[in-house]
Write a protein that binds this ligand. Structure first.
Ligand SMILES: Cc1ncc(COP(=O)(O)O)c(C=O)c1O
Length: 484
């Protein structure tokens, strides 16, 4: 260990890291979005013996600059069009450093009093934004997957006050959940974790624009009831992972009410629409949900990781599901503070002070700042859609409701191919562009067909980046065609 004080170490390392971070940011415009290194190449770079003696921070930072940063996926790039992964706000990056330096354990109030208060405050802001009343409350989670798990546990536990104690099998095998076949995989995984089994999920067919079909949903509920099953939860999606579209939430809420089901809305991504007066009507009905998943680490540009579960009827619902009183946290101190022990509201014990970066990003951007970026992203996506519509070699799939655009590359020569080969062409085009490092977007499968999917989630993306993407698609498409 060095003789430097902790404060001096921070001063020295802080300067070095600030330089690394700002230089990285200055390279984003031109750096390849993805490195060409293979897993073997990277394994060789990091295959080092167990460190026995410590080494100077400067040497470790050099290794970061040489091997880690250039081979990272450049998620904050304006040419990264991946899976709802944002360019993080600078204030969020530095908030992360501040929360690490305080190292609050945000599980219990006494180990993080300010973190608890700030978590409660950001939760209230999000509840207000999404149209929930004053009773609503919630909890920060690691991301949308955990937020869905927390919400589905509340839904399951509403079936009986004994289900936490006795386990799901004691309540028969008929408990059933309904959601669109466009739902995120975490819904199915959660049902497995909750002991209900993956087969307790009914994935309902969607219409030609990927919204859940209400007629199919009601038929499925009816036939399950006829077979003696027990529908207990309906999950609507506001911003589906593949196409970004929003299910008909008021209608889903009415079906849930009719069948005495918990209504959860997975708005991990689409919840961001609530910032914009122009677009928030797309979320109409979300305020009827018993619970909502919303991820600040998607459209709020908060660095990973930061998800939330919000509950309409307040914190008691979460506490009924998750509260425990271990001996070492059971001293009677009047318990005025227990209501701020966030370990009682979710599944994590030791918790990072993640509320800090959300709080700082919220204050830095304001509702208006977020509205402006949300609207700009949707405009840019509509611009991309318009450009693709004007080129006969592309065929768009679905519609633009958020900042996701899906399409297929189908020039006449490809259109003439059998369906499976058309799918291979989409994959080959995606891979060529990924390898070029000039942009990144993934593909997905929609109505059984391989489809290209672009999401704009970097506040650095401008119209010229979209023009570049369209030119790149055309150029690489032609190269692919030439090679046969
Ligand atoms: C609709 C939806 N829900 C939930 C999730 C899961 O979120 P996370 O990856 O933060 O766990 C995602 C991720 O993309 C998503 O698109």
């Amino acid at each position: 260990m060095t003789r430097e004080s902790l404060s001096e170490q921070h001063e020295r390392m802080g300067r070095a890291v600030t330089k690394l971070i700002s230089e990285h940011a200055s390279r984003l415009e031109t750096a390849p979005v993805m490195s060409s290194a293979t897993p073997d190449d990277l394994a060789r770079l990091f295959a080092e013996p167990l460190p026995l003696s410590g080494m100077p921070a400067e040497e470790i930072f050099e290794k970061f600059a040489r091997d880690i940063e250039p081979n990272a996926m450049q998620v904050p790039s304006p040419r990264y069009f991946g899976q709802f992964n944002p360019a993080p706000l600078a204030i969020g990056v530095w908030a992360d450093a501040l929360s690490s330096s305080l190292n609050q354990n945000a599980g219990a109030w006494r180990n993080g009093p300010t973190s608890a208060m700030i978590e409660a405050q950001v939760i209230r802001w999000l509840c207000e934004l999404l149209g929930y009343g004053a009773d609503a409350f919630g909890v920060l989670a690691s991301g949308g997957s955990e937020a869905n798990l927390i919400a589905l546990k509340c839904a399951r536990d509403r079936v009986s006050k004994d289900i936490s104690r006795l386990g799901a099998p004691a309540f028969g095998r008929g408990l059933t959940v309904y959601t669109s076949n466009q739902c995120h995989y975490s819904v199915e995984k959660s049902l497995d974790i909750l002991g209900l089994g993956r087969e307790s999920l009914r994935k309902i067919e969607t219409d030609d624009r990927f919204h859940v079909r209400l007629d199919v949903l009601t038929d499925a509920i009816k036939s399950d009831l006829d077979e003696g099953r027990r529908p207990f939860c309906i999950v609507g999606v506001a911003g589906t992972t593949s196409t970004g579209v929003i299910d008909p939430l008021p209608e889903l809420a009415a079906i849930a009410r009719e069948h005495d089901c918990w209504f959860h809305v997975d708005a991990a991504y689409g919840g961001g629409l609530a910032f914009s007066d122009k677009h928030k009507a797309k979320l109409r009905g979300i305020e009827l949900a018993d619970s909502i998943t919303f991820d600040p680490h998607k459209w709020m540009f908060v660095p990973f990781s930061c998800g939330t579960t919000l509950v309409r009827d307040g914190g008691q619902v979460l506490r009924d599901s998750f509260d425990m009183s271990p001996e070492y946290l059971s001293e009677n101190r009047g318990f005025a503070d227990a209501q701020y022990d966030f370990f009682r509201y979710g599944q994590m014990g030791t918790r990072r002070f993640n509320a800090l970066k959300l709080w700082m990003c919220f204050k830095f951007m304001g509702k208006n700042g977020y509205a402006e970026t949300t609207e700009r992203h949707i405009e840019l996506t509509e611009y991309l859609a318009g450009r693709l519509d004007a080129i006969s070699d592309f065929e768009r799939v679905g519609q633009i409701e958020t900042a996701v655009c899906c399409f297929r590359y189908l020039p006449p020569a490809v259109r003439a191919l059998p369906v499976a080969e058309q799918d291979s062409v989409q994959q080959a085009l995606q891979q060529r562009i990924e390898k070029s490092g000039e942009a990144f977007f993934p593909s997905t499968i929609l109505h059984g067909r391989r489809t290209l999917r672009v999401n704009i989630n970097s506040y650095l993306t401008e119209r010229r980046h979209i023009d570049h993407l369209v030119e790149l698609l055309q150029r690489e498409g032609e190269n692919l065609n030439r090679q046969g």
